[in-house]
Design a protein around this ligand. Structure first.
Ligand SMILES: NC(=O)c1ccc[n+]([C@@H]2O[C@H](COP(=O)([O-])OP(=O)(O)OC[C@H]3O[C@@H](n4cnc5c(N)ncnc54)[C@H](O)[C@@H]3O)[C@@H](O)[C@H]2O)c1
Length: 437
């Protein structure tokens, strides 16, 4: 039997050993899902603290409960490790390492390069390698493949290579790993087929595309679509405010059109790893081929200004109330970049806090998902959301609309609130002290 048939057979009869490289928001759920289905899975991560937590049966990701990790540990088909030697024991390797931006807003694929080097050192014939880290089109073919080929093994005979972007949406109760259709594009049809066969063990719908480049850029189109529409609606919200129109009402009205409109909502700014970073991967690649992505650039610039706009709105409201801004006390409610997650990466709350502090304002924050945070040398701890704390504030800014928050209590005990998420309206709470973004 050739390596393709052997791999297929192993995937079918669940004797395939799977290693997930990088156990973060993306890698850990995938690793655990394959375990649940009965595969032997190694979770490889070079973060010793994360590995220790998993060994101790503790989750560090909101979407995975500690209960889940404990259950998997009992089943004994999951091993979390820092030892790259497990790559040699694996039939399938799934790469989920970070792909951040450098300071100059250019792609940083150093984690992908490191992971490729580790794989190259441990490769043996008969392996399927799938990359899930979001990246610019061409990374799999131009960067990963040449590194793997240095092993002397041949693509399509000894090993198979595909790219499959992850679409997981942390904190989303409706869509999780298994019911979000998955895209996969291989170096060749065989690579795509093997990848489709693998993922169809755990995911309801798997869609093949013709190349790794098509799969890579699909993810970038999805997040570019979001950054551009968020930029548009944020700009529209500022205009509506100047015109004295309630932007939220307008979006609701437009959303009654059954075709040709999809609602996007204004907010305190974009955050997380994906929306601020992914489109920059595309614009970087575009520049390499002499093309300017004007839409992305304008949207990114517009969105970057929003945290400062929120602060300016807050300051103007305080000034109108004849409050000495430098003596004002402001409470930020919600620090995570979106509701019901603990992810602080690129969170607009950080920019808002920094900007308020620069103006001499005394800032505190509350977020049960984020017990403490650090902005450069400023360290802060989340305050308990008591009636007393709310009453002491001159101003409250709701930055993240976590589900656990008691909005009635916030509305009933705060002097002034800037609601950047329209969350009070959604909870049917009215009050003259509530100002919408
Ligand atoms: N977080 C999301 O919602 C999301 C959604 C879709 C796609 N993605 C993409 O998925 C990828 C992973 O994102 P994430 O949020 O899971 O990142 P993360 O930072 O939460 O996790 C990545 C893990 O990889 C580990 N790692 C780094 N280099 C390694 C190496 N050489 N060997 C072993 N482990 C290594 C890190 O220690 C870390 O634990 C990124 O490309 C991201 O853009 C993320």
């Amino acid at each position: 039997m050739n390596t393709y048939s052997v791999l297929r057979k192993k995937i079918r009869d669940k004797s395939a050993v799977i290693t997930v490289v990088g156990l973060g928001y993306v890698g850990l759920p995938i690793a655990l899902e394959f375990c649940k289905k009965g595969y032997k899975v190694f979770g490889l991560d070079n973060n010793t603290r994360r590995i220790k937590k998993l060994k101790d049966g503790i989750s560090y990701i909101d979407d995975i409960s500690t209960e889940d990790v404990k259950k998997i540990n009992k089943k004994k088909n999951f091993s979390a490790t820092t030892n790259a030697g497990v790559l040699k024991l694996s039939d399938v390797i799934i790469v989920c390492v970070p792909t951040p931006l450098r300071k100059i807003k250019e792609p940083d694929i150093s984690y992908i390069i490191d992971a490729s080097r580790s794989m190259r050192k441990q490769m043996r014939p008969g392996q399927l390698i799938i990359v899930e880290s979001t990246t610019y089109p061409g990374t799999t073919r131009e960067v990963i493949l040449p590194e793997l080929e240095k092993s002397g093994l041949r693509l399509g005979e000894d090993f198979y290579l595909a790219f499959s972007p992850e679409r997981i949406d942390p904190g989303n109760p409706k869509y999780s790993l298994t019911n979000i259709p998955k895209i996969i594009g291989g170096m060749d049809e065989k690579d795509t087929e093997l990848g489709k066969f693998l993922y169809s063990r755990i995911i309801d719908k798997v869609v093949g595309v013709s190349s790794t480049e098509a799969a890579e850029v699909t993810k970038l189109l999805e997040n570019t679509f979001r950054i551009v529409n968020i930029g548009l609606i944020n700009e529209f919200a500022i205009l509506c405010n100047k015109l004295g129109i309630d932007v939220w009402e307008v979006i609701r009205a437009a959303d009654t059109k059954p075709f040709g409109f999809m609602p996007f909502y204004p907010g305190p700014g974009i955050g997380g790893h994906c929306i601020p970073a992914d489109p920059m991967y595309l614009s970087w690649k575009a520049r390499k081929v002499g093309f300017e992505t004007k839409m992305i650039d304008i949207a990114a610039k517009t969105n970057r200004k929003i945290p400062n706009y929120v602060v300016k709105r807050a300051v103007n409201i305080l000034k109108k109330g004849k409050k000495d801004v430098r003596r004002a006390k402001v409470l930020i409610i919600g620090a995570a970049y979106k509701k019901d997650v603990n992810d602080l990466r690129e969170s607009p709350a950080l920019d808002i806090i920094k900007d308020l502090m620069k103006r001499g304002i005394k800032v505190q924050y509350h977020d049960n998902h984020v017990p403490y945070l650090k902005i450069h040398d400023i360290k802060m701890r989340s305050r308990k959301l008591t009636v007393e704390l709310l009453k002491k504030q001159d101003f409250v800014i709701v930055v993240t609309d976590h589900s656990y928050l008691d909005y009635k209590k916030i509305a009933g005990n705060s002097k002034l609130i800037l609601d950047t998420r329209n969350v009070f309206w959604k909870n049917k709470i009215k009050g003259e002290n509530i100002i919408k973004l």
